[in-house]
Ligand binder design. Structure first.
Ligand code: UD1
Length: 397
């Protein structure tokens, strides 16, 4: 298994261009199941989760043209003209939960689908009851058998659906199904994340550009190393809650349509953070913020309200000298710590990037193992950080 080794202590400076967003690309690629026409996508990040999605679509019989990728243009063409199979297996859904998003489009277009339930995941239970409740309201018959959901419908119809929680995945699944349902569907208490907006614009015209979480991670990388980095193509309007917290912490930001410049001269101050659905502070930036708070002046309370078990990075950060006390869904982070490099283990996607961020400021070297988590969602991260002056390398297994 590959490892990433970070030698800490370098200040990051320069420019970095963020890649297309994984969480926006996944549902948009899956949306190609809604039509027999070819869909051409640009700026598709070359990531493990995207490969899993293509494997899933390919298995259903969808034609995929990766020539653009081979030429390095990050362009893909996907055509769901002949769909021979209407099933997503446990193997795929357990590797990537977003595979569950094929349920809505397949049921809407072909009247039936068989999709494995996702089961548990490292950061907590991720039920799909809201996806199913919405499809039932649109006229689908749902049955559970042998770990699979089987949905059937002669034809879906528009419905008024209230989501008890603004689930990102359920909103996406139902939006896609609604495009082919007869009549109008209204989803109340829908998620409002930028990737939802992007899916909506893709469903309207197949397009869009959201790059949120990766950009947020580079913001922290610059701030934590006392650097000066221009993050090109980052969109500040998608990161409001996060950027306001960083400004409160003393980070200097200048935002314009070309990107976000992040500078830090003085000390970082501790701030409290609560994760919430968009436009609140994203749960996917919580681990990265915890690293920054570990070196900030003062005590910070970080409250996680989206997932019940998303603090696994805390124990690993403690091994590097952070002082984090967990109390249920709250983490009390005592700052002003001098972090020191150590061998650590990534537990999920966002946790793995937080360990790399910690490695950037830790003394000595930090060895992050289980980086397959990182490869699911960050394109060329070692290269991008090296170009900014970090000392970071990948050791192939
Ligand atoms: C998506 C993102 C993930 C991010 C999360 C929250 C993708 C591929 N993943 O995941 O990176 O961390 O949004 O911003 O875009 N819930 C239910 N019933 C349901 C569905 C969800 O109770 O039917 C609960 C979940 O247990 C969780 C909360 O709702 O506590 C949020 O989950 P959801 O927004 O659905 O997250 P995902 O779409 O899985």
């Amino acid at each position: 298994m590959d490892k990433i080794i970070v030698h800490g202590g370098k200040r990051l400076t320069g420019e970095v261009t963020v890649s297309g967003s994984k969480n926006a690309a996944l549902p948009i690629l899956i949306a190609s199941l809604l039509t027999a026409e070819p869909c051409r996508y640009q700026r598709v990040p070359n990531l493990a989760d995207i490969h899993t999605t293509l494997k899933l679509l390919g298995g259903l019989g969808v034609k995929i043209d990766k020539q653009g990728w081979a030429r390095g243009t990050s362009e893909l063409t996907v055509q769901a003209e002949m769909v021979g199979k209407l099933e997503a297996s446990y193997d795929l859904v357990k590797t990537m939960r977003a595979s569950f998003l094929v349920l809505g489009p397949l049921t809407a277009r072909f009247g039936q689908a068989r999709v494995s339930t996702p089961g548990g995941c490292a950061i907590g239970a991720r039920p799909v009851n809201l996806h199913l409740k919405g499809l039932e309201a649109m006229g689908a018959r749902i049955e559970h058998s042998h770990g699979y959901i089987e949905a059937t419908a002669v034809r879906l119809h528009g419905a008024k659906i209230y989501l008890d929680l603004p689930s990102v995945g359920a909103t996406e699944n139902l939006m896609m199904a609604a495009t082919l349902a007869d009549g109008t569907t209204v989803i109340e208490n829908a998620a409002k994340e930028p990737e939802i907006e992007d899916l909506a614009s893709a469903l309207n015209k197949m397009g869009g550009r959201v790059r949120r979480i990766e950009a947020g991670s580079f913001v922290i990388a610059s701030a934590i190393t006392g650097g000066d980095v221009l993050i090109k193509d980052a969109r500040a309007e998608h990161l409001d809650a996060f950027l306001i917290k960083l400004q409160e912490a003393g980070v200097v930001l200048s935002c314009d349509p070309g990107g976000i410049r992040v500078q830090r001269n003085g000390k970082i101050k501790s701030v409290d953070v609560t994760t919430l659905p968009y436009p609140g502070f994203a749960t996917d930036l919580q681990a990265q913020m915890m690293v920054l708070m570990s070196v900030a002046d003062g005590v910070s309370v970080i409250t996680e309200t989206i997932f019940e078990n998303r603090f696994m990075h805390a124990q690993e950060l403690d091994r590097m000298g952070a002082q984090i006390q967990l109390e249920g869904n709250r983490a009390v982070v005592r700052g002003a710590r001098e972090l020191s490099g150590a061998p650590v283990m990534a537990t999920d996607l966002r946790a793995s990037v937080s360990l790399i961020l910690a490695g950037l400021v830790a003394s000595g070297s930090t060895e992050v193992s289980r980086v397959y988590h990182l490869d699911r969602g960050y394109e060329h991260i070692e290269e991008k950080l090296s170009n900014l002056g970090a000392q970071i390398e990948r050791v192939k297994a």
